[in-house]
Design a protein around this ligand. Structure first.
Ligand code: PEP
Length: 262
């Protein structure tokens, strides 16, 4: 049984004070009874706010993650943040290879691979993002893109190193656009990713959590989470609003998410 995992990607938003307030409010909405074992929740603030937010989250059910990490631990890398610094600041997770990093900051499958190794070496739980652009989907290249990105991310690594791996399937055309993949489209991509992981990692692939990301909102979270291979969500815009993010988390903790409409 895979524990559902909802992570909020705050991107370049929220001061430390705003993030602390959001986490304090969110923590109060999360179950403390038997349902608490059903899901895991995290927020990923800017590197600048991470330490304060992690202090506010300590002792609550909210974990904290970074949005990126460099592959070197320290040195002459102006403007970068390392996995060890994230960990020291209180992070348990780190997002790697987000499409915005790929699109605007030159991220490649090779650099994703290096960052993943660095994150794992520090014991951080990596959230590796993959997903196709609209031209790639329309051009029938979905499987080719996912294969390249997934294989590229874990290239040269053993299953035993990847026990904590989380993959986020984020179709680029659904990020921040209000356009969500249908639950059937999400399931199809997630099942394909799990197949790739099975080829590479064997039985461990059944334990890897695959999040869906792309305009997840309170009104579509239940349906997406009801898909057999959708194990959680990576949430951008809606994670900045307490009521919306709390509602998405509540869907993950619920026992019987609504089934997709026939
Ligand atoms: C994201 O950036 O990871 C994301 C899924 O954003 P949004 O939920 O705003 O589409």
């Amino acid at each position: 049984m895979r524990k559902r995992f909802i992570a909020g990607n705050w991107k370049l938003n929220l001061t430390a004070a705003e993030g602390v307030a959001l986490v304090q409010g969110l923590a109060k909405t999360l179950p403390t009874d038997g349902r608490s074992a059903r899901a895991e929740v995290a927020v990923c603030p800017t590197a600048l706010a991470l330490s304060e937010v992690a202090k506010a989250a300590a002792g609550t059910a909210v974990g904290v993650g970074g949005q990126n990490c460099h592959w070197e631990e320290k040195g002459a890398f102006t403007g970068e943040v390392s996995a060890s610094l994230l960990k020291a600041a209180g992070a348990r997770y780190v997002i790697i290879g987000h499409s915005e990093r790929r699109q605007f900051f030159g991220e490649t499958d090779q650099t994703v691979n290096k960052r993943l190794k660095a994150a794992l070496a520090q014991g951080l739980v990596p959230i590796v993002c993959v997903g196709e652009t609209l031209p790639e989907r329309d051009g029938g290249k979905l499987q080719e893109v996912l294969t390249r990105q997934v294989k590229g991310a874990i290239e040269g690594m053993q299953a035993s190193q990847l026990e904590s791996l989380v993959v986020a399937y984020e179709p680029v055309w659904a990020i921040g656009t209000g356009r969500t993949a249908t639950s059937a489209q999400a399931q199809e991509a997630h099942a394909f990713i799990r197949g790739l992981l099975t080829q590479a990692l064997g039985v461990l692939a059944t334990r890897v959590r695959i999040q869906y990301g792309g305009s997840v909102k309170p009104d579509n979270a239940h349906e997406l989470l009801s898909m057999p291979d959708v194990d959680g969500a990576l949430v951008g815009g809606a994670s900045l609003k307490l009521a919306d993010f709390a509602a998405i988390c509540a869907a993950a903790y619920s026992d019987t998410p609504a089934k997709a409409a026939p």
